[in-house]
Design a protein around this ligand. Sequence first.
Ligand code: GTP
Ligand code: ZN
Length: 294
Amino acid sequence: MPEGQIVRAVGGFFDVRTPEGDIRCRARGILKKKNLSPLVGDYVIFERTGPEEGVVTEVRPRRTQLVRPPIANVEQAVVLFSLREPPLQPVLLDRILVHCERAGLRVCICLTKLDLAPDRTEVDRIAKLYAPAGYRVVATSIRTGEGVEQVKEWLKGTLSVFAGPSGVGKSSLLNEILPGLKLRTGQVSAKLGRGRHTTRRVEIIDLPDGGRVADSPGFSRLDFTGMEETDLGECFPEIREHAVHCAFRGCLHREEPNCAVREAADRGEIDPGRYRHYLQFLQEISEDRRFTRW
Ligand SMILES: Nc1nc2c(ncn2[C@@H]2O[C@H](COP(=O)(O)OP(=O)(O)OP(=O)(O)O)[C@@H](O)[C@H]2O)c(=O)[nH]1
Ligand SMILES: [Zn+2]
């Protein structure tokens, strides 16, 4: 039976992309009963019921699943923050990165509006700061075109989602990467990713160089609901790496004796700012827990 990936959900139908084109499918009732309603991004098996119509009969296991936007099998998050207007927000950046890690996504960081920064000092600092975590950093400007090719390179061969606060230039960069996007998706609106006050409709867009991107930005909810204190360290790659040498299993890297993470932070092997944000988030999680217990 034919297979494909759902690229769009419209009024109870799912558009399944296949090499021969998109097939508009309903979902077989049994899937809903089994609580397996298809999501955009799902790889599915379908039966043809007409030349361009079908029924989804099976949903392949998901590798990842995001809630906002509701989309399956995203592999990569391109996290955007502007260097200026608005200025970089380091805590919020780490907060988004935690959510990316938690969702199991590969991360790259894009510092936008390079044309508004006096020089590359801040870019170099951020790149150095995130190197131990394994995050690649690029600086872009849609005014000068700098960095855009690098982002295109990162998007190849994978399904990505853009993430970042309002006004940092997510839509602008997506438009730069896909100048024909509006035409292709038939959107009248001049802006992409504008979903806050309108019905959010997710769609996966094929890039000319291969690779796919969700047209709606990710991670609009950024609290740590449902997270255990012991989960947090897992979401900081450089902390995760050192944590295996901590004296205690389940070490939260606070005041525990022989904590390899704190020692690495003292030696500067873990960025002190990142460690501080870790402690801040840990505090949030533990306060939440106390609250729910009362
Ligand atoms: N100088 C400069 N301005 C930029 C750049 N990229 C985007 N902008 C401007 O920043 C503003 C916000 O850009 P958007 O693309 O709407 O930002 P967004 O992240 O999509 O914002 P939301 O839709 O609110 O999430 C616009 O006025 C853009 O023209 C850039 O590289 N340099
Ligand atoms: Zn520790």
